[in-house]
Design a protein around this ligand. Structure first.
Ligand SMILES: Cc1ncc(COP(=O)(O)OP(=O)(O)O)c(N)n1
Ligand SMILES: Cc1nc(C(=O)O)sc1CCOP(=O)(O)O
Ligand SMILES: [Mg+2]
Length: 231
């Protein structure tokens, strides 16, 4: 396969033309990621989080758990998301997303091909792709038909072992060139989010800062309000 530099890909008119640029982007929104493990009471925590402020999407990310158990845990959470008009995204597995009729699937670099996911899930299901700190991976994901690209980890996090540490400027580079939304993830808190919002993140994906908030998840979401309102 031909390897292009980031600059060559950025200048490829056939690629760039797929995303007609419009410089007005909606304000940055919150994309909530579940804790890696949950119990039956978690639906109440999720409802409390939604009470804290606007949440655009919720990703069910249960690591090391089988599909049947995730499906069982998903049912009340998916129902709540539908009631609150929050997109329900399944992590890792396009087949599970299909089985549950989820609104979207998030695929890491080892979680399958976005083109295959598109064939399986159809045009209206959201497909997100992890791109670490790589412009090349993000452009590949865009070409493969992803609905958003995710860059991270911007800050140290205990939720996941991470090795990539992008600079916030990758968000500005992306939004200047492409209409496709970009997600910032990794160790994001109300205290460190401002540079990511300023740089152009369309979504902040957050787990620990909400579920670990000392006053509970409602306060955790509410604490992001001020930084999301800035432009
Ligand atoms: C929004 C979002 N961005 C990145 C990831 C990480 O996905 P991946 O690299 O597959 O790692 P795991 O989450 O599966 O451990 C994500 N889940 N969501
Ligand atoms: C799930 C995930 N993916 C990352 C990446 O860099 O791709 S960082 C991360 C953890 C996000 O949780 P928290 O907000 O607690 O840091
Ligand atoms: Mg994954």
């Amino acid at each position: 396969m031909t390897e292009f530099t980031d600059e060559e890909l950025a200048l490829d008119p056939n690629f760039a033309a797929r995303f007609d640029s419009d410089d007005r982007r909606p304000p940055c929104q919150l994309y909530l990621i579940s804790p890696p493990a949950i119990d039956a009471g978690f639906v109440d925590s999720l409802a409390a989080a939604f009470d804290g402020g606007d949440v655009a999407a919720f990703q069910l990310r249960l690591k090391g758990v089988g599909d049947d158990a995730i499906a069982q845990a998903a049912a009340p959470l998916q129902k709540l998301c539908a009631e609150r008009d929050v997109a329900f995204i399944i992590n890792d597995s396009m087949s599970l997303a299909k089985r549950l009729g989820a609104d979207g699937v998030h695929l890491g670099q080892g979680d399958g091909d976005p083109r295959e996911a598109r064939k399986l899930l159809g045009p209206s299901v959201q497909i997100g792709v992890t791109c670490h700190d790589s412009r090349h991976l993000a452009m590949e994901a865009g070409e493969a038909g992803a609905d958003y690209v995710a860059f991270g980890a911007f800050y140290p996090t205990t939720t996941k072992e991470t090795i990539h540490r992008p600079d916030p400027s990758i968000l500005g580079w992306w939004t200047a060139l492409f209409e496709l939304p970009c997600v910032a993830i990794g160790g994001i808190t109300p205290g460190n989010a401002a540079p990511l919002v300023k740089a152009g993140a369309d979504f902040l994906a957050v787990s620990g800062a909400v579920w670990g908030h000392s006053d509970g998840p409602q306060a955790g979401v509410a604490a992001f309000r001020a930084v999301l309102a800035q432009e």
